[in-house]
Design a protein around this ligand. Structure first.
Ligand code: 3HC
Ligand code: NAI
Length: 712
């Protein structure tokens, strides 16, 4: 800061510090890590701004933040607690009504309440790399401090609607163009002096500085029918989310009501959402994600775990997607295959995927080319010798995987991290194929690996803990959410998926149709039902697996034997017309299911959506408690993260474990026992871990009585 600067005060343990630059007060807030607008910040800021407003020597105020970002929002940890004065809304009103112009000088990620505060200021500047947005819907909320009103005033209602409903950010260039900010400042030493020059120039300009509430032009000129069309499209895409419905309503109010009325309705909607189940669930996911990411922190990463170059073995479905995930994050990748032909096939798939993104407009042709060029093919493993990290994604077969790891052991640098993308296999056993088990772990990506956010990081018995910190950092660079899990069959996700699927065919045999099951799932909030999902993935994958193990599965095997392998053959559990992905009910399948019931003397009956959810979801929760009991993960919230980011469990239900707790674990136990009694299936036997978590003693459950009641 310039030598003219004069320290005026420092309050609240240095949370707010004021210095003078000429006639301008620079108010800098320092509340690490992200300058959340908690009560102590609001109080200190309010006092400081009040004093500066009354100080005749002050011509204007520049509000900025120390550290990595301008205010990243309200303090999420305060939601649900008794409100403490001053509220964020009061603070913003104070800023807006200040006699001295207040300029927000932003950097980092001004989000939520942070951006709302900036919009209550009289002027806004940002450094070029600033990313700003109102992501409250991701927490099951809407902006609650004027964001749904001031943003439409600044950038127009339709653009504001998209930004708020999708929770997207704008960078500084876009924000300037859209009218959200008034100028861009450099991020270096000139940051504050440029801000002072800017405010000085504005004060000398003949036009008044008009607060946002006075700028109605974009509201009055808005195309209201275009707004409604956009609103309908956005609402359809986000069925089930209360926050999104409320966000659309709130922005519409900015268009139709007065500024004050719109603010008041926004406030009421926000207050209702803060108290809602959905927002509690989404806030749980916010903190759960951050807790999961901390794995390995505290262990000093050894130098050798710095990852700069990556090798992928196998260019099939997963290997191709994994190579893309790394290339998208800027890593050079060597993609190795068994022979040139397999390599060519894999490379062509990757090129096709990038071309699709280009044709959809989500990626520029140059960027696609740049990413593609980062992926170098190799028809054998020898070219992986220099790689810091190698991901094996060959067939799911222990003997093949061990052979690959033994080969890698002889080729890879001694300090390379060797990982497997296995879905189910024992990573400890895979590690025995090498002379360096400390460097071996699982890195279980989800399909499509370039899209899905989850990575299960499988910690084997001998994995060096320092590697976990490096993998956590790597996941951040890949924009993935890592969850560290222990070794067991299927780890967390696929193990629970097996429990969820176990009774699915029974539901069909007893009277449900694939449509009814899928509808129960989508009404619950899943993006897709399990039968639609199987048609999409291809029924032959699990069929082949069953055959190799000498297993069979009623209905599913019949479909495969009739060549109904899912969407790729135009029919599976559903039929598909002319290459469309729309599932259509098929009498052939319904007849096949009915005859299977008849052959087993099962009298088909009505199956309710509630029964479908209980008989699929409760066994999965049961398995989740077993997983916790075995310490496969340390926290129940890790399981929620696996399901939200790996399988599409609705975020607004908080993941299966959170959802089950909200249902009441004792209720889950009772219902499992009920279904066990009705069906006689051991799959519904509540685990000791679940029972313990539910706080019920064994004796209290009286299973014999439950069975007797059902059969009487
Ligand atoms: N309140 C409280 N804590 C917050 C916070 C917030 N708004 N934002 C981040 N944190 C905490 C995190 O929990 C984490 O704490 P931990 O280290 O103890 O785990 C720490 O800050 C660092 O966060 P990240 O690990 O996420 O750091 P990144 O650098 O990866 O990301 C970020 C920074 C982009 C700011 C990201 O944290 C983020 O997206 N935060 C949430 C922003 C948000 O949703 N703001 C709106 C809040 S709701 C609101 O403002 C309501 C208003 O309309 C009334
Ligand atoms: P895939 O059959 O599509 O691809 C496997 C590839 O590995 C083939 O291209 C094959 O030529 C190649 N390969 C086989 N042996 C090799 C060797 N010795 N050296 C180099 N390449 C070799 O299989 P997919 O689906 O990609 O699965 C790979 C792994 O990922 C499996 O372990 C699977 O369980 C796991 N996985 C699969 C998911 C999926 O949805 N398909 C999801 C998550 C994990």
């Amino acid at each position: 800061m310039s030598t003219e600067a004069r320290l005026v005060d420092g309050r609240e343990d240095g949370v707010v510090e004021t210095t003078m630059l000429g006639q301008f007060a620079i108010v800098s807030v320092n509340n690490p890590p992200v300058n959340a607008l908690g009560q102590s910040v609001r109080a200190a800021l309010s006092t400081t701004l009040g004093e500066l407003d009354a100080d005749e020597a002050v011509a204007g105020i520049i509000l900025t933040c120390a550290g990595r970002t301008f205010f990243a929002g309200a303090d999420i940890a305060e939601f649900g607690l008794p409100a403490l004065a001053p509220s964020l809304r009061d603070l913003l009103a104070q800023i807006e009504n200040s006699a001295k112009p207040v300029l927000a000088a932003m950097h980092g990620t001004p989000l939520g309440g942070g951006l709302e505060l900036a919009m209550a200021c009289h002027l806004r500047l940002a450094t070029l790399d600033t990313k700003m947005g109102l992501p409250e819907v991701k927490l099951g909320l809407i902006p609650g401090a004027g964001g749904t009103v001031r943003l439409p005033y600044l950038i127009g209602p339709e653009a504001a609607l998209r930004m708020i409903v999708q929770g997207t950010t704008m960078d500084a260039d876009e924000a300037l163009e859209a009218g959200l900010i008034d100028g861009i400042v450099s991020s270096g030493a000139g940051f504050l002096s440029e801000a002072v020059t800017f405010i000085q120039t504005r004060l000398l300009a003949p036009t008044r500085i008009v607060p946002v509430r006075g700028r109605r032009q974009k509201i009055e000129q808005a195309d209201r029918s275009a707004f409604e069309t956009a609103a309908i499209a956005l609402a359809t895409r986000s069925k089930g989310s209360e926050a999104i419905a409320a966000a659309i309503g709130a922005v519409r109010n900015a268009l139709f009501l007065s500024f004050e009325e719109a603010l008041a309705t926004e406030r009421a909607a926000f207050d209702a959402l803060v108290a809602s189940e959905q927002s509690a669930a989404q806030r749980h996911i916010f903190f759960a994600e951050r807790a999961a990411r901390k794995a390995g922190s505290g262990v000093a990463p050894a130098l050798r775990t710095e990852i700069r170059s990556v090798g992928v073995v196998g260019a099939g479905t997963m290997g191709g997607g994994i190579a893309m995930a790394f290339a998208n994050a800027g890593f050079p990748v060597v993609l190795a295959e068994v022979n040139a032909e397999a390599l060519e096939r894999g490379h062509a798939n990757i090129a096709r995927n990038y071309a699709t993104s280009v044709s959809r407009g989500s990626l520029s042709a140059e960027e696609a080319q740049r990413r593609l060029a980062l992926i170098q093919g190799a028809p054998n493993l020898a070219s992986l010798a220099h790689c810091d990290l190698i991901v094996e994604a060959v067939f799911e077969d222990m003997a093949i995987k061990k052979a690959v790891f033994a080969q890698l052991d002889g080729i890879a640098r001694p300090d390379a991290i060797l990982t497997t993308n296995t879905s189910y296999l024992d990573v400890n056993e895979i590690a025995t194929a090498t002379t360096r088990p400390a460097n071996v772990l699982g890195l279980h990506f989800f399909s499509p690996a370039n899209v899905m956010k989850l990575v299960e990081v499988v910690r084997a018995d001998k994995t060096d803990p320092a590697i976990l910190a490096a993998i956590s950092e790597l996941a951040r660079r890949l924009d993935k959410v890592p969850v560290v899990v222990g070794v067991c069959h299927g780890f967390v996700g696929n193990r629970m998926l097996e429990a969820r699927s176990a009774g699915m065919m029974d539901l069909l045999l007893e009277g449900a149709t694939p449509e009814q099951v899928d509808r129960a799932f989508t009404d619950f909030g899943w993006p897709m039902g399990p039968f639609q999902m199987q048609d999409l993935a291809g029924l032959d994958i699990s069929w082949r697996k069953r055959k190799s193990r000498g297993e069979s599965l009623i209905i599913a095997d019949d479909l495969c034997e009739r060549g109904r392998l899912g969407q790729k053959t135009g029919k599976g559990y559903y039929r598909y017309e002319d290459g469309s992905r729309k599932p259509l009910s098929d009498d052939v399948v319904l007849d096949l299911i009915a005859s299977a019931s008849q052959a087993r003397n099962i009298v088909r009956r009505e199956i309710s959506a509630e029964e479908i959810i209980e008989r699929t979801h409760y066994p999965m929760i049961n398995e989740g408690h077993r997983i916790l009991g075995e310490a496969i993960v340390p926290r129940s919230s890790d399981i929620d993260i696996v399901w939200v980011y790996g399988y599409g469990f609705p975020q607004y239900k908080g993941g299966p474990m959170f959802w089950a707790e909200r249902q009441g674990l004792d209720h889950v136990v009772a219902r499992l026992e009920h279904w066990r009694a009705v069906t006689g299936q051991p799959a519904y036997l509540p685990s000791a871990e679940l029972v313990q978590a539910a706080g019920l003693a064994e004796a209290e459950r009286r299973p014999d009585k439950a069975v007797a009641q059902v059969h009487s």
